[in-house]
Write a protein that binds this ligand. Structure first.
Ligand SMILES: [Zn+2]
Length: 544
């Protein structure tokens, strides 16, 4: 069965590539009144994912009208304090779904339905699908207002076009560059190649200097850092296509027209990840690790490593934006030897499961957690270190990490949590306990230990004081937790549950109490629980 799926899958993709240029043109309108100005492009490198949409500028403000890009119906609404924040999905009859993220609010009936759902489930976060008849929309209909909700770094609209029916449920959603649908967008400024680096296999990277020449004594791969600019924008946006020619012949081509969400994390293996983490400069690598062989690299020789004969070779790098504006640079490579690199000593295959059973630590990984064979380094001590030796990349999937408790912590076991140490910072992950062992699903390598969390979450009024008169109808509070993190939060006004919007990045709860406050004194009760079950309850008298 799996084989048949694979064949179907391959067939589908070859079909997909063939028709890549045939996205319906002019079907979708600009979802906003602004001329399209981008603060981020499709496919940009981010930690743990490719940016999968367009970030459209909204004049630095929130609350700007967002319109349905075409006829269709509201297929889904999801709301979270993190990630995309308030999200709207509109399904269109042409097989595509448009997605609008970081919204401030929903318009008209959509807003009323969403709020009804939040009160029904007593939860700010929702994830709800709708039937075609529930909320049909017309092209250009006002559906929402732009915002800065979720993990957004400033007001903008994140806009996506997805294929409604994904070819294979296991790959997640297929997301396509919206600019391939002929949205009105102009750009006549060419990209900038900001840096080239040569990575000798088994050696230290060499930054290419102004003379554009470099000397190596064995196999190497190339790293390219390029950004794009558009009129009226200072943003260092991502580029659309990168081609690398070796002595006049195409060697490597990167051109992500679409992406599937489940492989988005492979971006970590596509770039020089440690450098990106330090500097935010995304050097695209020509070398492909076998477990990160995504469709975004559409042409390449072998594994993308240059294995050249002695002498001088020319490498030409051509970088395009979506409007085919071109930046290029030619590198002279003097190859002085044909050093044969020793194969690194690996002890795990990335295609197999991996299990480690130590005295105080157990590690269990699914196949394809890493992108290449490696040698796991597990050091047991007061803290435990788990990391691959050769490719220092985050794991593709969650893995199970178990640490043995060291005696009695003097607290119930649910107050003990696994934390990852990074400098002075501690990052807790949801931990369960059994027979003296603490287990967590983690998605990082690094150094871990056990910590006790008995501290209550915090709740602090922002725009009001207890027993004092409230100005306006909005009530704001800061909530937080020192270690395991806020797990649940509930607010009650005069004994009834009231919707409180939680902004994760600002750690703020906002209650719109318009029409819900009675004259005189009102009781607001706030209850916040952390992941270790510590509960903070606060009561305030709010006068109106
Ligand atoms: Zn975005």
């Amino acid at each position: 069965m799996k084989r048949i799926l694979t064949i179907l899958f391959t067939f589908y993709f070859s079909l997909f590539t063939l028709t890549a240029q045939e996205y319906p043109q002019g079907y979708f309108r600009n979802p906003m009144d602004f001329d399209i100005g981008l603060s981020a492009t499709f496919g940009e490198f981010r930690t743990n994912h490719f940016h999968s949409g367009l970030d459209m500028r909204t004049g630095g403000a929130i609350g700007k009208p967002v319109y349905a890009a075409a006829d269709g119906y509201v297929a889904k609404v999801s709301i979270s304090p993190w990630g995309g924040g308030k999200i709207l999905y509109i399904k269109h009859p042409n097989g595509y779904t448009t997605v609008y993220m970081h919204l401030d609010s929903y318009a008209g009936i959509i807003g009323r339905v969403v709020e009804g759902e939040q009160y029904r489930t007593k939860s700010y976060s929702i994830n709800r699908t709708f039937d075609p008849g529930a909320m049909p929309v017309k092209k250009g209909q006002l559906v929402a207002y732009s915002g800065n909700s979720g993990g957004s770094g400033g007001p903008h609209l994140h806009f996506e076009v997805r294929l409604t029916d994904s070819p294979d449920l296991h790959t997640g959603a297929r997301i396509i560059n919206p600019l391939l649908f002929g949205l009105p967008y102009s750009d006549n400024i060419k990209p900038v190649i900001r840096g080239l680096r040569v990575y000798p296999v088994g050696g230290e990277p060499i930054a290419v200097g102004k003379d554009n020449s470099v000397s190596v004594d064995g196999p190497f791969y190339l790293g390219i850092y390029a950004t794009d600019a558009a009129k009226g924008s200072t943003a260092k946006n991502g580029v659309h296509r990168v081609e690398v020619y070796l002595d006049g012949k195409l060697f490597f081509k990167y051109s992500p027209e679409s992406l599937v969400t489940d492989s988005s994390r492979m971006v970590n293996a596509l770039i020089d990840f440690p450098l990106f983490r330090r500097t935010r400069q995304g050097y695209l690598l020509t070398r492909i690790l076998p477990g990160a062989d995504g469709e975004w690299v559409t042409e390449r020789q072998g594994d993308g490593v240059f294995r050249l004969t002695k002498g001088e070779h020319k490498i030409r790098v051509m970088v395009y934006d979506i409007k085919d504006n071109l930046a290029e640079q030619t590198l002279k490579v003097q190859v002085t030897g044909e050093k044969v690199c020793q194969k690194p000593k690996t002890d795990m295959r990335y295609t197999d499961p991996y299990v480690y059973n130590g005295n105080n630590v157990r590690v269990e990984m699914h196949p394809y957690t890493l992108y290449a064979d490696d040698r796991m380094r597990i050091v047991e001590g007061n803290a435990v270190t788990v990391e691959p030796t050769y490719n220092p990349l985050p794991p593709h999937k969650n893995y199970n990490l178990s640490l043995k408790g060291r005696g009695n912590y003097g607290v119930p076991p649910e107050k003990v949590t696994i934390v990852r140490l990074e400098g002075a910072k501690r990052y807790a992950s949801k931990t369960r306990h059994r027979d003296g062992w603490y287990t967590s699903q983690v998605r990082d390598f690094g150094t871990f230990t056990l910590a006790v969390d008995t501290t209550l979450p915090t709740v602090k009024p922002v725009n009001f004081s207890d027993a004092k008169l409230l100005k306006g109808n909005s009530i704001r509070l800061k909530i937080g937790d020192d270690l395991s993190g806020v797990e649940t939060y509930n607010c009650y006004l005069n004994g009834s549950w009231i919707l409180a919007e939680y902004d994760g990045k600002g750690a703020t709860l906002t209650i719109n109490a318009s029409g819900k406050l009675k004259a005189g004194s009102n009781e607001l009760s706030v209850e916040v629980t952390d992941a270790c079950g510590n509960i903070c309850q606060r009561r305030y008298a709010i006068r109106k």
